[in-house]
Design a binder for this molecule. Structure first.
Ligand SMILES: [Zn+2]
Length: 180
């Protein structure tokens, strides 16, 4: 699932995790992952088998969001995707990132905690753009009223401000000019 805005592409990805470090590569043949331990300053790279997988996180490709981890539980009865607990036998651990129910739970979280906020901010941006357009329309209207011979008194009254304010705001602009 992918979404774009003006800043970045947003695609959700499920990333497996091990107790001792982040996954930095996939081993061939379902053997597991390459894990970086010891931090970025003095990294050591170790192989980890699927049996050692302990958690999964959802991340966004924009780099601006990661979920809390879904932790692995040993009993199927303990699985609760809404409670962020996932059961997987060792043979199935690598395939958890492809389970539709896990992807659906992760996607719901991503939509709510990440994309919904981005979209709410986009609404603010769009509203600000409409304000800017309205201000330009007001400038044009004032210029038209001046060309028609209207007084600053009447223009101010129409705009809801004083004669002095109207004069200060618009008198020095060339007729038909923009306010920036
Ligand atoms: Zn994103």
């Amino acid at each position: 699932m992918g979404v774009s805005d003006e800043h970045a592409d947003h695609r959700i990805e499920l990333v497996p995790g091990y107790p001792d470090g982040p996954v930095v590569g996939v081993l061939p043949g379902g053997a597991g992952h390459l894990v970086m331990v010891g931090g970025a300053g003095r990294p050591t790279y170790l192989t980890r088998s699927p049996a050692e997988l302990s958690a999964w996180r959802a991340t966004c490709s924009c780099g601006g969001w990661a979920s809390a981890p879904w932790t692995r539980v040993s009993s199927p009865a303990d699985e609760d995707l809404a409670g962020m607990r996932v059961h997987a036998d060792d043979a199935d651990a690598l395939a958890v990132v492809e389970r539709p129910d896990v992807i659906a739970a992760a996607t719901a979280l991503w939509l709510r905690d990440h994309l919904a906020r981005l979209q709410a901010v986009a609404v603010v941006r769009e509203a600000a753009q409409r304000v800017e357009l309205a201000l330009l329309a007001l400038d044009d209207a004032v210029a038209g009223a001046r060309r028609a011979g209207a007084s600053w008194e009447s223009i101010g009254a129409a705009a809801g401000i004083t004669r002095q304010s109207a004069h200060a705001r618009w008198a020095r602009r060339p007729t038909g000019g923009r306010h920036r």
